[in-house]
Structure formats: C-alpha cells, structure tokens
Write a protein that binds this ligand. Sequence first.
Ligand SMILES: [Zn+2]
Length: 59
Amino acid sequence: MAGETGYCVKCKAKRVISDAKEVTMKGKGGVVRKALKGKCPKCTTTMFRILGGAAKKKK
Ligand SMILES: [Zn+2]
C-alpha cells in the first residue's frame, strides 16, 4: 500500500504516510474499524488515518 496520505498534526499539512500499515481497532459492541498507521516522513510523528467507508465487507 503506497501513496496513502494523512494529516500530520505536527506539520499541520497533508503528507504521504511513511511505512503505512493497515491495522484494526476494536470499538464499542465489537465493531472493528480499519485504520492506517504510519509515520510522517518529515518529522516521524505517528499518523493515523481511519479507513471509513472504503472498507469492504467480508464475512
Ligand atoms: Zn509531520
């Protein structure tokens, strides 16, 4: 997965997420949400991007 962008709160700018990995986070009621976790290429601040409506349903 390359070229995914997120918002870096430290740079206050959009960056391409470096070393992006897809992770799952459990929410209330056992709801699993997909998210992208990586680092800002400029300042190495951890960046998160919630993968909302784009997630495909799998059984
Ligand atoms: Zn940054």
